[in-house]
Each structure stands twice: as structure tokens, then as C-alpha cells.
Write a protein that binds this ligand. Structure first.
Ligand SMILES: [Zn+2]
Length: 160
């Protein structure tokens, strides 16, 4: 345990948009958000329920990304020592092959690379081809990021 290092979470830093969409959940009359976004919001709601508990684990996800290529046991024990709870580690790191995901959505408009531990115990990126230039924003009003980097594709209005 290294007490000099800061925790890998912070009190939730709520954006104006996140607050608004939470209050308005179920209000399908919000014209600033497309039907497609409302639908995708409904799809990701289980993930929201898990993540929005007053803590933002973005520092954890950045830490884990910075450790790609390193032996998992040391990375894991440092992460655990700097967290209030261990389970957010496994929102992004898959230990079983069937749990691997190309990317993980960690908030209204932020995603991170899905990670896994390979047969040699090394932390790896599931799909290095997926990144800020391959993802499409699902609304116009937010800055969407992938591993903290803004998407390069612009939002396109859904075709009627
Ligand atoms: Zn938005």
C-alpha cells in the first residue's frame, strides 16, 4: 500500500447535461435529444444504475489504461489499495473471455477501452482498433470522449 498516492475515484463531478437528463428521464418531449438517443439511453440504463452511486471512477479507468502491458497482480493490488471498493475495476477489466468488450461506457458521453488479462497475466486492450476516431456521438450537445480524447466524428442527425 502506498499512502502517498491519491485515491482512484472522486466525488461525482456531475455535468449540467447529466443532471438534466437524470431529472428528465422518461420525458420523451425533450426536443434537444433525438429519439435515437432516448432509445440508447434506455438501453444503457442498467450500466448507469451501477455506476452512478456518487463516485466517479474516471481516475481508476485512466490508471488502468496507463498500466496496459504490465503484470496484472501488481496493477490490481495497487488499484485496490487506492479504491473505496474493488468492483469498479471489473467494470472495465474482463477476467473471463466471454466478458470482454471492445469499449465500456462510463458516463453519459464517455467511453474507455475494454481491458482484459491475458494467459500470461498481462493487462491488455481488448480491441485496439476501437478509439476516438471510430466512435459516433449519439447526441449533439455533449462532448463525447474515448479514453478522455474527444471523438473525431461529428454527430449526424438521424435520417427520418
Ligand atoms: Zn447530449
Amino acid at each position: 500500500m502506498n499512502k502517498s498516492k491519491p485515491p482512484l475515484y472522486r466525488k461525482e463531478n456531475t455535468t449540467a447535461h447529466a443532471v438534466k437528463s437524470r431529472r428528465r428521464r422518461g420525458d420523451f418531449g425533450d426536443t434537444r435529444h433525438s429519439k435515437a438517443e432516448v432509445a440508447s439511453e434506455a438501453l444503457r440504463r442498467p450500466m448507469h444504475g451501477k455506476i452512478q452511486q456518487g463516485r466517479d471512477y474516471t481516475p481508476l479507468f485512466r490508471f488502468l489504461l496507463s498500466k496496459v502491458g504490465q503484470p496484472w497482480p501488481a496493477v490490481h493490488s495497487e488499484a485496490v489499495a487506492r479504491l473505496d471498493r474493488a468492483d469498479p475495476i471489473f467494470w472495465i477489466v474482463a477476467l473471463r473471455e466471454e466478458d470482454r468488450e471492445d469499449y465500456i461506457r462510463t458516463g453519459e458521453s464517455s467511453c474507455f477501452s475494454g481491458l482484459y488479462v491475458d494467459d500470461d497475466g498481462i493487462l491488455r486492450i481488448v480491441n485496439p482498433e476501437v478509439g476516438p476516431s471510430t466512435m459516433e456521438p449519439d447526441c449533439r450537445c455533449c462532448t463525447h470522449t474515448f479514453n478522455g480524447v474527444p471523438f473525431t466524428k461529428k454527430y449526424r442527425d438521424p435520417v427520418e
